[in-house]
Design a protein around this ligand. Structure first.
Ligand code: ZNH
Length: 141
C-alpha cells in the first residue's frame, strides 16, 4: 500500500490534473491507441480518431474514475467496486491493457507537468495506478 508521503504526492498532483482532466484523459487514450493499437479492439463501436467526441467523453470518464480513487485513496477497492465488476464481468479487458493505459497516463502527466514530474512523483503515480489497475482486474478469473 501507499506510504503517507506517496499519498501526499498523489493528492497534490491530482489537484493539478483535475483542472485539465478531460484533456489529459483524451491525450492518454490517443497515446494508448497509437502506441498499442490492439487496445482498440475493445472499442469497435467508437470513433477513435484524434479528438473525436467519443474519445473525449471516454477519456474524461476514465480520468474522473482515477479522481474517485484519489478521493478515496484509503479505500480504492470499495470506491471502484462497481467499475471492477464492469471490467471483469462485462468488458473482460485483458489485464495487460491496464499496464499500457497506466503507462500512457504517466507519459501524459510527464508532458503536461514536466517540473512536477520528479522521480518520486513518477514512482508514486506508478504505484497508485498499479493499485487502481489491480482493483479493476481483481475479479477476473
Ligand atoms: Zn475502462 C468503460 C474507467 C481501463 C475498456 N472504463 C469505463 C468507464 C470508466 C472506466 C469510468 C465508464 C463506465 C460506465 O459507463 O459506467 N477503465 C477505467 C479506468 C481504467 C480503465 C479507471 C484504468 C485505470 N478500460 C480500461 C482499459 C480498457 C478499458 C485498459 C481497454 C483497453 N472501459 C473500457 C471499455 C469501456 C470502459 C471498452 C466501455 C466503453 C463504452 O462506453 O462502451
Amino acid at each position: 500500500s501507499l506510504t503517507r508521503a506517496e499519498r501526499t504526492i498523489i493528492v497534490s498532483m491530482w489537484s493539478k490534473i483535475s483542472t485539465q482532466a478531460d484533456l489529459i484523459g483524451t491525450e492518454t487514450l490517443e497515446r494508448l491507441f497509437s502506441c498499442y493499437p490492439q487496445a482498440k479492439t475493445y472499442f469497435p463501436h467508437f470513433d477513435l480518431h484524434t479528438g473525436s467526441a467519443q474519445l473525449r467523453a471516454h477519456g474524461s470518464r476514465v480520468v474522473a474514475a482515477v479522481g474517485d480513487a484519489v478521493k478515496s485513496i484509503d479505500n480504492v477497492t470499495s470506491a471502484l467496486s462497481k467499475l471492477s465488476e464492469l471490467h471483469a464481468y462485462v468488458l473482460r479487458v485483458d489485464p495487460v491493457n491496464f499496464k499500457f493505459l497506466s503507462h500512457c497516463l504517466l507519459v501524459t502527466l510527464a508532458s503536461h507537468f514536466p517540473a512536477d514530474f520528479t522521480a518520486d512523483v513518477h514512482a508514486a503515480w506508478d504505484k497508485f495506478l498499479s493499485i487502481v489497475s489491480g482493483v479493476l482486474t481483481e475479479k477476473y478469473r
